[in-house]
Design a protein around this ligand. Sequence first.
Ligand code: URA
Length: 206
Amino acid sequence: MTNAEKMEALRGEIERCRDCGLCETRTNIVLGEGNPDSPLMIVGEGPGATEDATGRPFVGRAGKLLDEALGELRMSRKHVFICNILKCRACVIDGRSVRNRPPLPAEVKACTKWLERQIEIVNPKVILSLGAPSARFIMERDFRMTKERGLFFPSKFAPAAIAGLHPAYILRKHGEEFEEAKGSLVHDIDSARKKVIELKKAGGEL
Ligand code: URA
């Protein structure tokens, strides 16, 4: 089976998952997308409203910013595999309004087996976490974004792991602060891309 076929088989399993309460409120599971053969995997937190509605990761405003950051490096989704820790949207339904909420620890615990299976399939050389929750899971420790973003750390999931600012966090900034935060995301994606090249060279693949 190709990695793409394995990923599609996994989609079927996740669609049947009822291991936490998020299955009750989801419209679609959000598996991930991009190139399942890529040496670079980008891991976010979880689907929001647009992702839940479409079944695709990072397709709302935060996703547009991520696409722009990739575009500044002449990259696109076909150069990476993008997914999340959570496959279903964590939300509060309050009458007619539906709001995102942070996932409960039990929901994260129930869901990470799917991300682990995706990492096994893609077998990336580098994982770029977007946001502290993703970094905490990938590095398996507390992670302080202000001090540790942009640096490489070992991970049991990949030869190298790095974390950058989450695009949704960047969108809350304005003016110069926004430009600076966006620049840091571009920089961290570029570092991850360069690390892939370095690791391939060291392994005799280039
Ligand atoms: N934020 C995430 O972390 N993931 C998405 O897919 C969308 C927004």
